[in-house]
Design a protein around this ligand. Structure first.
Ligand SMILES: Cc1ncc(COP(=O)(O)O)c(C=O)c1O
Length: 448
């Protein structure tokens, strides 16, 4: 199959001049997700007459992702939310973080509140954590970021030109499209299997098709939205294929550490340190509001990473870095993760049992061994986008599959199982299941 045509749900687009010059053909990109959640074809962004400001083409082409919009809706206490990637609120380590913040302010207040360079103590703790995951890295290779999303932005700025091609999963966290996409880029999508993860044959074709991609983005563990984890042999193949094609890997790995069934395989950066930028985060492991993450990169790239990051936010909060280092040094992380893993494993089991009871026959779901998400594929003909508004009206939120792909509507949905209690999971799945069964029997009757 022609790798250039993979993942292209849309007809060819008109030619236009990028940045008013050059005369190159701009590749169709499929990273537009308007607020109603349906993907739209790429094309030159139009002027918005409602604003007195003349906006950049980039700003005009941006649309708020359905997912971010839903997070506001689902903050309403009456909603059972399976939508966001939110940790269980009752398990957030509030006490431990209070102790750490108080200690940092008492012992090192003025420096913690000042501008300052990355914190060596935190770099050392993260290097030790990476060793525990099977990737031996030196503290100098640890580059501190303000969350994994910033890691994605920095990686995109480091690796991509305006007309570059990027290889990624067909279904992927929208923040990856936001960081790597844009109407001027080619997002070359590879199909993903709900049980195995990336389709390796299609990946090989996508990596070698012209033009040579400038990055391969992989979410190897407890994938968002699919919940899949790449097995050790698949990881080895990914690394070999990318190495042979000369394509750097961006390993987006915020969920390792949340395993509740068996160990997580060695990260790609442990297999191919010279060709991988690894992105980690404390958002899911400790608390999203820390806005703290890291990149593992060859030391030679440190200077460039630093300049790019400085243009975004100068530096990551010294107070937060110190509090996180104190949290790790005090040994709070492992007991906290142990509690979280047990709870998330229970919630997943509770959700799959409820799905089996309440969802229409023919429904399939992924079997994550960790993380926060379950991918549910409904029988053909069911429309998860159309069901969303009535579901929210009935008090339950989820993310329709269309929010994760440029290829248009799907009959799939992503369910988060970490944020709701087991009782709410049962209630929410029962409500959703009732609505879906009704839609399903209507579709079946129409079909018959
Ligand atoms: C795959 C993936 N990458 C990156 C991020 C962003 O993480 P952070 O909160 O650390 O910015 C998320 C958040 O949900 C994610 O799911």
């Amino acid at each position: 199959m022609d790798p250039q045509s993979m993942g292209r749900g849309w007809p060819p687009l008109p030619l236009f001049l990028p940045f008013g010059g050059g005369g190159d053909t701009v590749k169709p990109a499929m990273d537009r997700m308007p607020v109603d959640g349906a993907a739209v074809p790429a094309g030159p962004p139009v002027e918005d007459p409602s604003t007195p400001f003349r906006l950049s083409q980039e700003a005009r082409s941006l649309n708020r992702s359905l997912m971010r919009r839903l997070i506001a809706v689902t903050a309403r206490p009456e909603i059972i939310s399976f939508a966001g990637g939110l940790p269980a609120p009752e398990l957030l380590p509030v006490e431990e973080l209070s102790v750490c913040l108080a200690r940092v302010l008492a012992d090192d207040g003025p420096r913690a509140l000042q501008y300052g360079p990355p914190l060596p103590a935190l770099q050392e703790e993260i290097a030790a954590m990476m060793a525990g995951r099977g990737a031996g890295v030196s503290p100098e290779q640890v580059f501190i970021t303000s969350g994994c999303q910033q890691g994605l932005q920095i990686a995109a700025h480091l690796l991509l030109d305006p007309d570059s091609a990027v290889v990624l999963d067909r279904f992927i966290f929208p923040g990856v499209r936001q960081a790597f996409g844009g109407w001027w880029r080619e997002l070359r999508e590879v199909p993903t299997d709900v049980t195995l993860g990336l389709d390796l044959e299609m990946l090989a074709a996508a990596l070698t098709g012209p033009p040579r991609p400038r990055a391969l983005v992989v979410v190897p563990a407890f994938h968002n939205p699919l919940g899949t984890t790449l097995a050790p042999a698949a990881r080895q193949t990914v690394v070999e294929l990318a190495g042979a094609a000369g394509v750097p890997i961006v390993e987006d790995d915020p969920y390792s550490g949340l395993q509740f069934a068996g160990p997580v395989p060695v990260p790609l950066v442990g297999l191919a340190p010279g060709q991988t930028l690894y992105l980690g985060s404390f958002s899911k492991l400790v608390a999203p509001a820390l806005r703290l993450g890291w990149i593992i990169a060859p030391v030679a790239l440190e200077e460039k990473l630093r300049v790019i990051k400085e243009s975004f936010d100068l530096e990551t909060s010294g107070l937060v870095q110190r509090a996180a280092a104190a949290f790790l040094r005090a040994g709070y992380l492992e007991p906290h993760l142990a509690r979280v893993r047990v709870a998330y494993g229970q919630r997943l089991r509770c959700m799959t049992a409820a799905l089996a009871r309440h969802f229409p026959p023919g429904t399939r779901w992924s079997e994550p061994a960790g993380g926060m998400f379950l991918w549910v594929e409904l029988p053909e003909g069911l429309d998860t986008l159309a069901l969303l508004a009535p579901a929210i009206e009935a008090g339950v939120a989820y993310i329709p599959g269309a929010a994760f792909t440029g290829a248009g509507p799907t009959s799939a949905m992503r369910l988060n199982f970490s944020n709701a209690t087991p009782e709410s999971i049962e209630t929410g799945v029962r409500i959703l299941g009732g609505m879906l069964r009704e839609q399903h029997s209507g579709a079946t009757n129409r079909g018959g």
